[in-house]
Design a protein around this ligand. Sequence first.
Ligand SMILES: [Zn+2]
Length: 366
Amino acid sequence: MTELKELTPHDAIPQEQATRDARQRRLLRAFLPELVSLERILAEAPEQVVVQVVERAQVGAMELPIYRVDLGNASADVPVIVMVGGVHGLERIGSQVVMAWLRNLLARLAWDDHLKGLLQRVHITLLPILNPGGMYLNQRSNPNGVDLMRNAPITAQDRSAFLLGGQRLSPRLPWYTGDPEQGMELENRALESVIDDLLPGRPFSVALDCHSGFGWQDQVWFPYAYRRRPMRNIASVLALKLIWEQAYPDHNYKFEPQSRHYLTHGDLWDYFYKKVNRGNAGTFLPLTLEMGSWRWIRKRPRQLLRLDGLFNPLVPHRHRRVLRSHLAFMDFLLSAAASHGNWLPDGADESMLREAAIMHWYRDNE
Ligand SMILES: [Zn+2]
């Protein structure tokens, strides 16, 4: 069990910053500016925001905190929305998108009665930089060379994609699963402790884990990654997609089960989905936002010459467009969680939507 260290936003974050020596602070500003920005945002957060360090990732002599940020109704029976960024250290834009939403929420808390009312009915938990060590080192994996998204104890049921689906050969090759005998990596154990603490017994919860680097278009993936057959809550995913597309017809996310793209071993959200929904009457929907970075490269092929350019928009106007373009979806998920009783299907609706979902996503499975 991970020990949670309580911090208060007003004194602890500056203290965290102050205890680092000048050299470390310079290194962080150069190689992990996202952490510096996050600490700055948290230092100014209003006092109803609870900040904790759930774990510390070690890189050389440096200890990099993994922050958990909570706001909204703290009782155990309200719906929850979980936002995660920076699982893959190279995909910095994922962390930046989560932090853009955090900044937006905190700014509005000062005056927006509509938001304050909403937060009485829902809880928000954010882990904006889950893999600070990987991000500091500008690599996809964590400091041990493990791909956190291949590291959960779950094995693909069918042939997974070669290497990409997760490999146990070497941490020097990408998509290394780690050693299953050793259990999950520190970052994943930290996330698991948050999930275990937060989600069981909730009527509804949704997670959005923000990634980049795959495809031309922004995609919203849902489980499973380990098998091609649909998840039990597939009707709820279709219902969510329908209310999103009715309200925001000009947005262009493509909702798909991850298994349509490739099967992987060790998918973290498959593991949490099964764990949380097992014997639970409520619904937990883990979603992954895959921002389509290939577009950014097509518009600027020079980006291919830089490793971070494969995963992140480098031109300032495009970067800002990406940061603002996902705020609507995040706000939508917050409202959808708070009002889940009005759209989550049950009974005959659920069977009908399940049929439709199978026609839509799984027809060519057999
Ligand atoms: Zn990723």
